[in-house]
Design a protein around this ligand. Structure first.
Ligand code: GAR
Length: 210
């Protein structure tokens, strides 16, 4: 099984979705380490409950972004991590970190990229009057919330939606999308070279995910 490290900063509900999927021995990836840059967050408890090793690497303890990122890479590699999933990891990473994990790191973002990179995605979708919104799993490139798209899930925006009702609908879709994308990569049904994704024996459709 592909050895995966998950980076978090908080609640860890996407981490939970990955842990739940990986609890099935037939899932092609295993979570070997969860790293948080924020101490004592709920996601760390989720990992411990699942019997997965954890590390807290507080970015405030490091002089520079690069020092912090290098500490994260060292910790991941000491646990033999082969592939990294960012799951609500709210730190900008350095070019060096992105290069090191090139094509070996994916992120989940709560919008249909390239729409709404950055923060406050749900409120921005509401403000724009979007009728569809959703989430994206993508390989990580240096520019924030950019990179080749692995999969997306769309949800409707309903007339009486608030930011929180829309966020909850998207989050449910995130929890389905993220393990599905990781599975396809770990099974090598999705491969990437340069910026070109190749899908082998699969086509990822909304029906697969929702
Ligand atoms: C998720 O909605 C994730 O897509 C988002 O943060 C939330 C984390 O929730 N990520 C970003 O905004 C990254 N820029 P979780 O900790 O419960 O998985």
């Amino acid at each position: 099984r592909l050895k995966v490290g998950v980076l978090i900063s908080g609640r860890g509900s996407n981490l939970q979705a990955l842990l739940d999927a990986a609890a099935d021995p037939s899932f092609p990836a295993e979570i070997v380490l969860v790293v948080s840059n924020v101490p004592d967050v709920a996601g760390l408890d989720r990992a411990k409950k699942a019997g997965v090793a954890t590390a807290t690497i507080n970015h405030r303890d490091y002089k520079s972004r690069l020092d912090f990122d290098n500490a994260v890479t060292n910790t991941l590699e000491n646990s033999d991590v082969e592939f990294v999933c960012l799951a609500g990891f709210m730190r900008l990473v350095t070019k060096e970190f992105v290069e090191h994990w090139h094509n070996r790191m994916i992120n989940i973002h709560p919008a249909l990229l390239p729409l709404f990179p950055g923060l406050d995605t749900h409120q921005r979708a509401l403000d724009e009057g979007c009728k569809l919104h959703g989430c994206t799993v993508h390989f990580v490139r240096h520019e924030m919330d950019s990179g080749p798209i692995v999969g997306q899930a769309a949800v409707p925006v309903l007339p009486d939606d608030t930011e929180s009702s829309l966020a909850a609908r998207v989050l449910t879709a995130e929890h389905r999308l993220y393990p599905e994308c990781l599975k396809l990569i770990a099974e090598q049904h999705i491969t990437i070279s340069d910026n070109q994704l190749t899908y082998t024996q699969v086509s990822l459709t909304a029906e697969d995910i929702l």
